[in-house]
Design a protein around this ligand. Structure first.
Ligand code: MRU
Length: 369
């Protein structure tokens, strides 16, 4: 995507050809800063502390983390250690485990002397594949939007939660890919952007990237969506996913489930952009089987913002001594999902629909059972 006319991906190699550059998402929307990762530990920290976030970008960063590890020490032992260190960073997004398995399968059979070069090449290929996948999701999603008549007869009103835009991926985004495409094709639209407490990825990241692309949008409190739907002011909800079960349940940022319930009650289509890297073919019951990350309570008790003097300041918004809990994700059962948008097209959120689009993956999972 372009930032003030300059094309960027969210992850790329530094000029030295080996260090890994990422956009520091903890500083947006106030500062556009680049962080440079030069060890596997730095890559793991960037994922854990959410310098990078969003399921596909977590996977891409982990892939480059393995490359950094192989450059330092390409032994079997270090290959295993790097995988374990990166896997332990965040438990919910399955793209992380998927990218690490891809890297391991590519590197383990090779002699150590070839591993660093092979790891960088494979990480770059995974990044390119992510971009191609997101473009395909955009292409099928835009047809759904084109077929959706705006309730106000003027412009399409889309609601999204968290950030599943280009910042959450290597480029293009998943849930926002159809939105960007529709906007570029001249379809009049407006996006309701859920703030997405506690870390405010909607307010700070989605609003920022939509603004940079010139897409009309309004940031709303997380609890406003139901009200807007009741008043016919939302034509479609589109969100991303951190893990999709083989049966179509969707695990995404905390609060997604409530949006799905409100959409169901108001007959608003609820779409999920689900790249195949987010599908966990081993899971059938999202509520019971998907591990939900619990992050530091400080993310709930404190908020980062910019003061009138321009300085970034963290302020406390909860009384001293009140305990706080920070559940990072929830699960939306498949029955509330109108359709999944994948790189191979649109499918109902059902086991049969997913297996029909990805027969080789479904069959491989069946064989492993
Ligand atoms: O905690 P985050 O910011 O990593 O959560 C991100 C989301 O929930 C996204 O919707 C999801 O990863 C899909 S991104 C294409």
């Amino acid at each position: 995507m372009n930032i003030d006319g300059v094309p960027y991906r969210t992850i790329w190699l530094a000029e030295d050809g080996w260090r890994v550059c990422v956009i520091d998402q903890t500083r947006l929307p106030f500062r556009f800063e680049i962080a440079t990762l030069d060890t596997v530990a730095a890559a793991a920290r960037a994922i854990q502390e959410m310098t990078v976030r969003g399921a596909p970008l977590i996977g891409a960063t982990a892939a480059y983390g393995v490359a950094l590890a192989m450059r330092a020490d390409p032994s079997d032992e270090n290959l295993r250690a790097a995988r374990a260190e990166l896997l332990a960073t965040r438990p919910t997004a399955v793209n992380l485990a998927w990218a690490l398995s891809e890297m391991h399968a590519h590197l383990a059979p090779r002699p150590p002397s070839q591993r660093a070069e092979a790891a960088y090449a494979r990480a770059a290929a995974l990044c390119d594949a992510d971009v191609a996948c997101n473009r395909a999701i955009g292409a099928s999603g835009v047809e759904l939007l084109r077929a959706t008549p705006p309730r106000d007869g003027a412009r399409l009103q889309i609601l999204t939660h968290c950030n599943a835009g280009w910042l959450a991926t290597v480029d293009v985004g998943t849930a926002l890919a159809p939105v960007y495409l529709a906007h570029d094709q001249g379809i009049p639209l407006h996006v309701w952007v859920d703030e997405t407490r506690p870390r405010s990825q909607g307010a700070s990241l989605t609003a920022w990237e939509l603004g940079k692309h010139g897409v009309p949008h309004t940031v709303i409190a997380d609890n406003a969506g139901g009200h807007l739907m009741q008043h016919g002011r939302v034509d479609a909800v589109i969100v991303g996913t951190d893990r999709t079960t083989a049966t179509g349940d969707v695990c995404n940022k905390i609060g997604t489930y409530l949006k799905a319930l409100a959409a169901h009650d108001n007959d608003v289509p609820f779409y999920v952009a689900a790249p195949s890297s987010s599908i966990d073919w081993t899971k059938r019951d999202g509520v019971r089987e998907i591990p939900i990350e619990e992050r530091s309570a400080r993310e709930q008790t404190h908020v980062l913002g910019r003061g009138d003097d321009g300085a970034l300041t963290e302020v406390q918004v909860v009384p001293d001594g009140s305990p706080a809990a920070n559940f990072a994700f929830d699960v939306t059962p498949a029955r509330y999902v109108r359709a999944l948008l994948t790189e191979r097209g649109v499918t109902p959120a059902t086991e049969r629909g997913l297996a029909a689009l990805f027969p080789e993956r479904a069959q491989a999972a069946e064989r492993r059972e």
